[in-house]
Write a protein of this length. Structure first.
Length: 224
């Protein structure tokens, strides 16, 4: 009996020790880059939604590749070098968040929802061809940006967002996170209370936290 007990003790210890390792193997270490405009540009105070993901996924990598003021056509040109150029790690996911600068540049730059859709489609294809899954994010409410918002531009925003929402079902992207819903206030074209800065366009820390939490829940909840 003593010998049996001696044999069982290390086996029990091994099994107990193996359980945490098994749980760890079920988790994923993600390597992600987000491309976008000022909302993702850490140099101008954007990209704080990625901080939420970094806190919740400490072993994963979340890189901000935003550039303030950019329209989607400019992001498209920048994407190969910014996300897949020299010095970049191999990405398994790309977050694409853009479009608001296009929507209020309809007159000055001739941007239309259809042009934005074509450019976004090209970005999705490019990143997928390089082995990354796509997380498409809708345009957040920006109706408080009174200098540029109009009812016509809101209709364009709604049309673009509806198109983005349909991209997962169409197979063009792997995930859609609906910032227009996550950050909507009252009325819906404005950012939620406490989520927007004074300009009505950029987000507060609370707004970034909301989007970061939504991204975590929808895509990265199994992270490590």
């Amino acid at each position: 009996m003593r010998r049996a007990a001696w044999l069982c003790a290390p086996l029990a210890a091994a099994i107990a020790g193996a359980a945490p390792d098994a749980r760890t193997r079920e988790k994923t270490r993600y390597v992600v880059a987000a491309i976008g405009d000022s909302l993702t540009d850490e140099k101008v105070g954007g990209g704080k939604y990625l901080e939420v993901l970094r806190e919740r996924c400490p072993e994963s990598v979340f890189l901000a590749r935003g550039k303030g003021g950019e329209m989607v056509n400019q992001m498209k040109k920048r994407l190969p070098g910014a996300l897949f150029g020299a010095g970049m790690p191999r990405l398994d996911h790309v977050i694409v968040l853009g479009g608001v600068n296009d929507l209020y540049s309809d007159q000055t730059a001739g941007r239309t929802p259809e042009k934005v859709e074509r450019d976004l489609s090209a970005m999705y294809r490019e990143a997928r061809l390089r082995g990354a899954k796509i997380v498409a994010v809708t345009v957040a409410p920006w109706g408080g940006f009174k200098r540029y918002w109009s009812e016509k531009r809101q209709r364009d925003t709604d049309a673009l967002n509806e198109w983005i929402r349909g991209q997962k079902a169409g197979g063009a992207v792997d995930h859609v996170v609906d910032a227009a819903d996550v950050l909507k206030g009252e009325p819906r074209e404005r950012l939620c209370d406490g989520c927007g800065q004074k300009d009505g366009l950029h987000w507060t820390k609370a707004g970034h936290q909301r989007l970061g939490a939504a991204l975590h829940a929808a895509v990265f909840s199994d992270c490590r």
